[in-house]
Each structure stands twice: as C-alpha cells, then as structure tokens.
Write a protein that binds this ligand. Structure first.
Ligand code: HOZ
Length: 434
C-alpha cells in the first residue's frame, strides 16, 4: 500500500469522502488521490516520492508555477509583520489599485476569501442594484457552491452527479434560470418569459467547469447586448480566466465589457482569496458605502495580499508570459490532436491560451450537451495511465488543464510522450487494466 493510500484511508475516517473538496477524491477516475508533499516550478511531488508534471497548478492560480521566489519572499516579509489584523492595510489599497489598473472597466474592488464568496456577493449586489431577483446562469457553468448557484452546476457537482444539490431551498433555486452556453436564443427566451425580473446574467466567459468550452464568435457580445436590452447586469465569473487569459482577463481577451467581475484563487498566487469589482456606481452600493451588506474579517488578509500582489506585478510587467503560455497551449493542443488521431482515438482538444481539455468524443465540443457525450470510462483510463507516466491532469473529464510559465518544452514533450503511450496502449482498447 502506498503512503497516499494509507493517508486516504485515514482521511476517510475523519473527513467526508476523505477530502476537503470533492473532485480531488478521484472517485470519477477510479483511483485514490495522490497526497502532495511539495511543488517546484511546473512539477509536484507526492508523499511516495513520485514526481509529476503538474497540469493542474492548483486549479489555475499558479500562473507562475510553484514556489516562485518573488511570491515566497513577499509572503515571508508580510508574515513577519503579523498574519491578520481585521483592519485596513496598505497592501489592500495597492492590490485594489493594481486590479483597477490591469482590468478594463474595473473602477472599484472588494476583496473576499474565495470565488464562491465573490459570486455570492456580486449576485446580491446585482439584485440590490437592479431591484430584481432572478439570475440567469448557464448549464454546466460553475460559480462556487452558494445555494443559488448549485443549479445545473458544473465541476465537482457535475462529476459527482449532483448538479442540483440537496439542501438548496427550492425558493433559492427558483430564482436561478438556466440557459444553454453558446446559445443566445435560450437567454433571450428566459428574458422574455420573465419580464422585468432578471437582475443579471452570470457567465464563465470561457466555460471551464464542463471541461474547457470556448465562447463562439458573437456569444459574449450577444450577452452584452441582451443584458443592455433587458436592463440586466452582465457578470463575468473570471475565477479561471482572470489574469490567466490576459493581464486584463477575458474582458480584454474577447473585447467585451462586463458590469461586474468575480475572481477567486486566481488573484492570490496560491493563497486563499477572492474579489469582486466593476463599475463605480455599482460598487458604491456595497456597505459601508451603500446598502448592500457584505463583510469578512480575513478579507484583504495581508499575507494573501502580499502573495497576490507579487504575482500580479510580475504579470503586469512581463506581457511575454502570456505569449509563452499561449504558445505552449497551442503546441500541446496540436500535438495531442495529432497523436490521438495516429492512435485512432476520437478526441476533441479545446484550448485557449494556457487552458485546455481533452474530451473523449467524436463531435466538436461547443456546448454542455456535447461535453456530456464524452466517454467517461475512457477518460478514467487516460487519467490513471497519465499518472503512471508522471503526468498530473485534473481527475475529471469536466475540468480544465492549466499550464504555468515555469513549464518547459521538455515538460510538454514528456506530456506528449506519455500521452502517445496512453492513447495508443490504454485509451484505444476497452477494458485495459490500468
Ligand atoms: N472545484 C474546483 C475545480 N473546478 C476545485 C477543485 C479542488 O480544489 O478540489
């Protein structure tokens, strides 16, 4: 028995499912989670001494890789001065200022502690600002685990088979209307069926919790136009795309402006953090400036701010990082397609910048319905075999792969070499023992 298996056994005695977040239990891929001891650059090491090329990167925030010197130094310096005050600090002001400088249309920011909290707060603000109660979200998009967002949710909720969670009051779910991603008619139909009732549309500008699904041309501008026409706010959930697709996030990348934007781990450089922000007239409705209440002792925590600021400053000053990430993403996607084709395994590789997904399906994946057609058994075999080749990908079909600036050509070639073996030996044949 490996040390990871032993730890997982112990964990299951004292933690629900043995984990603190469902997907990482690896249930969907028929194995046990590898317990991670440390990371360095683009690699991680488990407690059994196995090294992996890390294509999860803590689910996105490690754009600069593990243990980036400047980030660690900033954390060390901050913690020498104390871990938490529950009072304003200079770092928060600098962080908010930098986000406003980097992100188009961002005029004010409120720091919180996670993406879930950011979304929950932004939705409350939208309802308060517009004076309506309903929200439109998209099937298979994931916006954290607040009650109103666990309706046809993606990520672990989808993988675990509970996209509509137990415990969500029906009245909370009733205020959430679900449309189809990349389908503007479905959004318009909801506006028409709920006249004067929709406060906001919330969307992952690149859907990344049903696997990576790109917005088709016209989808994001179409949402902007519909929100304007029906008097609703447009909220971009940039928990995954923010500062990763571009320094200005998806708004800058796709040239579409949102009214409010939510962030999570992506702005913490690896520390627990989140934020929401946008137009000044909206943000000035948040307490204590305005009547929409939201609070938190650890919000703007000085150590988290130090880590986030260090990472964002590097990103702001080094635009070539985005070129590097995009080149690596495109190379990996192209080569993965080639070798799957050579092996005769039907896959769709969706990629934008440093975000990728390999879907085991014959048909292009541009919607939630198409993503769901993927062969999950084949994905599970692929996952286990990739692990055996020293490659750590997300343990579910409905998640993204993430690259970091520290990944090298050698890392990508190791991934491709492993994938070649996996596609030709494991994915091709049904019933492989791996
Ligand atoms: N739900 C997140 C992935 N989309 C985080 C999963 C985790 O940290 O286990």
């Amino acid at each position: 028995m490996t040390k990871s298996e032993q730890l997982f056994e112990q964990a299951q005695q004292v933690m629900p499912g043995g984990v603190n977040s469902p997907v990482r239990a690896c249930k969907a891929v028929g194995t046990y989670p590898r317990f991670i001891q440390k990371g360095q650059g683009g690699h991680i090491f488990d407690v059994d001494g196995q090294e992996y090329v890390d294509l999860v990167c803590s689910w996105g925030p490690l754009i600069l890789g593990h243990c980036r010197r400047e980030v660690l130094e900033a954390i060390r310096e901050a913690m020498e001065n104390g871990l938490s005050f529950g009072a304003p600090t200079q770092a928060e002001v600098e962080m908010a200022g930098l986000i406003c400088q980097m992100v188009p249309g961002m005029e004010m920011v409120r720091m919180v502690n996670s993406g879930t909290e950011a979304v929950m707060s932004a939705l409350r603000l939208a309802r308060g600002a517009v004076g309506r109660h309903k929200i439109i979200k998209f099937e298979g998009c994931y916006h954290g685990h607040s009650d109103s967002m666990l309706v046809k949710a993606g990520s672990g909720a989808l993988t675990g088979g509970t996209p509509d969670s137990k415990g969500v009051p029906p009245e909370m779910a009733a205020g959430t209307l679900t449309a189809q991603y990349n389908n503007l008619e479905s959004v318009e139909a909801l506006f028409e069926a709920n006249p004067g009732q929709v406060a906001a549309v919330i969307v992952e500008p690149v859907a990344a919790n049903m696997g990576v699904v790109l917005p088709e041309a016209g989808f994001l501008p179409g949402l902007r136009a519909l929100c304007d026409r029906y008097g609703a706010l447009l909220i971009f959930d940039e928990v995954i795309t923010g500062f990763r697709l571009a320094a200005g996030g998806a708004q800058a990348y796709w040239g579409v402006s949102a009214d409010l934007v939510t962030y999570g781990k992506i702005i913490g450089g690896g520390m627990p953090v989140g934020a929401y922000g946008g137009r000044r007239d909206l943000m000035e409705l948040v307490a204590p400036a305005g009547p929409v209440y939201q609070a938190g002792t650890l919000s703007g925590n000085p150590v988290a701010m130090a880590a986030g600021l260090a990472q964002l400053r590097i990103l702001e000053q080094n635009p070539q990082i985005y070129t590097h990430l995009a080149e690596m993403g495109a190379y990996l996607a192209k080569e993965l397609r080639n070798l799957a084709e050579k092996a005769g395994v039907p896959v769709q590789v969706n990629q934008v910048g440093s975000l990728l997904s390999v879907f085991f399906t014959e048909t292009p994946v541009n919607s939630f319905a198409a993503a769901k057609r993927s062969d999950l058994d084949r994905f599970a075999r692929y996952y286990r075999a990739m692990l055996s080749q020293g490659i750590y990908v997300a343990p579910a079909q409905f998640e993204a792969m993430f690259l970091c600036d520290e990944h090298t050509k050698e890392d990508l070639d190791q991934v491709l070499q492993g994938a070649e073996y996996v596609m030709s030996q494991v994915c091709k044949e049904a019933g492989s023992s791996l």
